[in-house]
Design a protein around this ligand. Structure first.
Ligand code: M6R
Length: 365
């Protein structure tokens, strides 16, 4: 079943070009149309004036990424909340806001209960983004988008995350069209970007030997810091979660602009700092954050793009992912942090597919 791979996690990381192509297929065939989200979507989406995303763990980070797309492309408000927090607070509900749950398994108890609570508070339309057909959460939702990642066995979520991002990007553009903000030309550009995505992801997967070479350096450490900005802050969070889940190294993620507000105090030569540094409009800001780290003796491990202008220097290691892919860049930049966590865990000899204390599907509180 594992084929040439040593673990399900490694297999699932490498299945991402296929998982993405399969998930993108319906979008390429039909364009960004409400029908992608179910039969009732044509009637329901025009009434949606805002979005509330509820999820746990990695699925929550997919939601955090989506907020950037939804507010910028669709021009509607989007807030994202951890399901276990939302379900126990006196939340304010706007019935015109659609609830979007994100869950690989479709069975996560906190997400299911948060959905029920949102309905109780008056939200009338719920969309589920899910990888398992006919599971509990989509059954309780009016609308559904099934990601086509295939079965995910490793406890650490990988291909489910990248396909959730495709679903959420499709939602952002579809809502943008429904709201009359996306032109036919823009839509064609977004479709083209999606069409090229699996190829860029494959290119990122080919970096595995280079990333493996970093793993021994991390395996000897007790802590790690992940930095990103904008669309890539959630990718930093995801990288830190992957590392702590399977290698048991304490890892934290911060938006790079927050460094001076506290975490810089942690930085010294024992704290490796991973930086997600795509060639986007925030790159110059990220570079100055990197200088702050270097000035305190922190060693930098930078994931840059092929076309970004900076080079290795003392204490600055650089791996280049493919040419910058614009707004879809989080789907490419998540690949190296998944691979890094995998190889650090291997170097530390942990049970990669079944990390201690964790279950694949969290159906209890
Ligand atoms: O099945 P779900 O997407 O609802 O699961 C949510 C989280 O339990 C899950 O993403 C968890 O954080 C993973 N182990 C992360 O790798």
């Amino acid at each position: 079943e594992l084929g040439p791979y040593s673990h399900f996690m490694q297999k699932e990381i490498h299945e991402q070009p296929k998982a993405l192509s399969d998930t993108i297929e319906a979008v390429l065939d039909n364009g960004f149309v409400p029908a992608l989200f179910g039969e009732k979507a044509e009637a329901l989406l025009p009434g949606v004036e805002g979005i509330k995303i509820l999820a746990c763990g990695t699925s929550y980070y997919a939601g955090l990424t989506a907020k950037y797309w939804i507010e910028s492309i669709a021009g509607i408000q989007c807030d994202v909340e951890i399901a276990s927090e939302y379900r126990y607070r006196d939340a304010w509900a706007d019935p015109r806001h659609m609830v979007v749950t994100i869950s690989q398994s479709g069975e996560t108890l906190d997400t299911m209960e948060a959905l029920k609570y949102a309905k109780h508070l008056g939200h009338t339309v719920a969309l589920s983004i899910c990888n398992v057909r006919e599971s509990a959460i989509p059954r309780a939702s009016e609308l559904v988008f099934y990601t086509r990642a295939g079965a995910e066995i490793g406890v650490a979520s990988t291909k489910a995350f990248s396909t959730q991002l495709v679903a959420l990007f499709a939602l952002a553009v579809t809502m943008g069209k429904v709201k009359g903000r996306v032109t036919a030309e823009q839509e064609a550009g977004y479709l083209d970007a999606l069409r090229h995505l699996p190829g860029s992801v494959q290119h990122a997967l080919n970096l595995e030997p280079q990333i493996r070479a970093w793993a021994d350096l991390f395996a000897a450490k007790n802590d790690a810091l992940f930095l990103g900005r904008g669309l890539h802050y959630p990718i930093a969070l995801e990288g830190a979660l992957k590392l702590k889940e399977i290698s048991y190294i304490h890892a934290e993620a911060y938006p790079a602009g927050e460094l001076k507000h506290g975490p810089l105090a942690l930085v010294d030569e024992n704290m490796p700092v991973v930086v997600i540094a795509p060639n986007d409009s925030l790159l110059e800001k990220v570079k100055s954050n990197m200088q702050e780290v270097r000035a305190r003796g922190g060693e930098l491990f930078v994931f840059a793009d092929l076309d970004s202008h900076f080079s290795e220097s003392e204490g600055v290691h650089v791996i280049r992912t493919p040419r910058h892919v614009g707004i879809l860049s989080p789907m490419v930049h998540v690949i190296p942090v998944q691979i890094l966590a995998y190889h650090v865990a291997l170097a530390r000899g942990t049970d990669v597919d079944k990390p201690r204390n964790l279950a694949k599907s969290v159906t209890v509180e």
